[in-house]
Design a protein around this ligand. Sequence first.
Ligand SMILES: Cc1ncc(COP(=O)(O)O)c(C=O)c1O
Length: 417
Amino acid sequence: MEFTLVPRHLRGNGGQLLSSPIPPAFYGDRRLRRFQFSTFPKNSSSQIQNNLHSMSSSVLMPSSTRCEVSSASTFQEVSDLADINWDNIAFSPLPADFMYVAKSLEDGIFMKGELQRFGPIPMSPCAGILNYGQGLFEGMKAYRKADGSILLFRPEENALRMRIGAERMCMRAPTVEHFVDAVKQTVLANKRWVPPPGKGALYIRPLLMGSGPVLGLAPAPEYTFIIFASPVGNYFKEGLAPLNLIIDTEMHRAIPGGTGGIKAIGNYSPVLKAQAIAKNKGYSDVLYLDSVHKKYVEEVSSCNVFVVKDNIISTPEIKGTILPGITRKSVIEVARRQGFQVEERLVDVEELLSADEVFCTGTAVVVSPVGSITYLEKRVEYGNKGVGIVAQQLYSALTGIQTGLTKDTMGWTMVVD
Ligand SMILES: Cc1ncc(COP(=O)(O)O)c(C=O)c1O
């Protein structure tokens, strides 16, 4: 099932956002700045733009601890880049200044959120997330174009995926409209952390968690939606060099009927052990097979996988145990537009080993070529040291759109500026 096929009732509740009861938060000994906006009417893009502009003017005042509407010169000043070495950013936390926080009411409607300075969040030890892992996350990127404007890539797809995940996990979720608006607010508030063109991206991490108290196993009575951001470079230490993957035949990422098809927080810590063993042996990451037949390719710990044979591109079909990646979906569309035959189907591990090319896709990894795969002690290497021509072509096409270097004829990018 593709995640755009969303039942209508999951798509939104009209975007009504009520006022927030979140207490003022503190970070260190400084009172945090809080930013509240008026209600969030449906289809009010111009009002959102106005809010965003005044917000961006007010929240970015350097070293001030108070929220004031600033002058144009302040806006100019705070639009500058953060003072870090942009040539040396990794895929590790370097939290940007502000995070967005919104909470649900008991009827499940999310209230209007606010921007707070990044920092610890108060949480009851009885919270559903802490006791029963009731949590989801998303991952997306914002790129800075040469003209200074900032682009998001298909943010509504992340919003929909979070809503589908929330339904599976009996959680309340923000509407698509609320989610996208919150992402834009977070990016604008942290604008100075969006790397210069060609130096990386601002990684945006929306989190949805059961924050209300539970004791017996039950859905939490209250949910918190948080978005934080961090500038990032390449996900793998290999950079753009081909990955060396190992197939784990003992440990599995997902089971039929489980939650492998959503971005549940609990899907990720179980793969840490397999990943650690693989990394200790010098591999970049682990490729998982299906847990029933142990012969069909599923995905890597945090990305989808594609194989190319005789110019036909194939990728495991989405059937509940594989995350429906937004990059996967976009790469399929781009490849088809370029005239490739793309098949979504069961991919036998033997096909993987005899492929001409293999590559991975994901927000974090973008399109990463695979140089070798090790399966049952046998290592298969791919031609041209793994830098396949199809992966290269798709990488260029996709990143061209994402970074604004090529015209977005797909309508996938959203300008935040
Ligand atoms: C398990 C898993 N598969 C695939 C992906 C790729 O998804 P996307 O392209 O939406 O980033 C991710 C990334 O979050 C992931 O965690």
